[in-house]
Structure formats: structure tokens, C-alpha cells
Design a protein around this ligand. Structure first.
Ligand SMILES: [Zn+2]
Length: 97
């Protein structure tokens, strides 16, 4: 059984790989999004991710962590995302209730 600690641990190891240093990584209930990244460097991950596949967790984690380097979804952001999650275009970040 996965727990919030496991998710934060995965986010931690991705942060090292992506060479970013989030101020903090939180896992909490979110109903409308899978994750967020604040301008102050706090990455928040939806607790419901614990019920998702590892590959989807990685996608959300990498997406939010990359915002620490690129604040928008422009070409650089997409290039970095592709470098780490090559199949990201087949995944959907929008959350249907
Ligand atoms: Zn984003």
C-alpha cells in the first residue's frame, strides 16, 4: 500500500534527477487538480495520486517540478518534459470529477 511518504520520496528523487530544489513537497487532498507548484517553490501533489499508476505519478511529479525551472508551458517546458517523460502527450493532466 502506498502512502504520502512514498509519494514525497518519489518526488524527492525526481527533484535530484531534475536538479531542482523545491522548498517543500506536500501531499494533500485536491479535488480539481493533480498537482500544483507555487511561485515560492512549494510543490503540492494530490493524495488521490496514490491510487494512480506509477507512470502517471511520475508525469505529475515531473510536470510540477519542472515548473521550478520553467514557469509556463512553452517550448522549453515541453522539451524538458519530453526528455524525462517521453510519452507524456498520451497522458491527461486535466481532472474529471
Ligand atoms: Zn503546469
Amino acid at each position: 500500500m502506498q502512502n504520502a511518504k512514498y509519494l514525497r520520496h518519489r518526488a524527492d528523487s525526481w527533484a535530484k534527477r531534475l536538479k531542482v530544489s523545491p522548498r517543500s513537497i506536500r501531499v494533500q487532498q485536491m479535488t480539481r487538480k493533480w498537482g500544483s507548484c507555487s511561485t515560492l517553490g512549494t510543490v503540492t501533489l494530490a493524495a488521490d495520486l496514490l491510487r494512480c499508476k506509477d507512470s502517471f505519478q511520475d508525469f505529475v511529479i515531473v510536470h510540477e517540478l519542472l515548473h521550478l525551472r520553467v514557469p509556463n508551458h512553452g517550448r522549453l517546458f515541453k522539451a524538458l518534459l519530453t526528455a524525462h517523460i517521453p510519452h507524456w502527450r498520451t497522458l491527461d493532466l486535466t481532472r474529471k470529477a
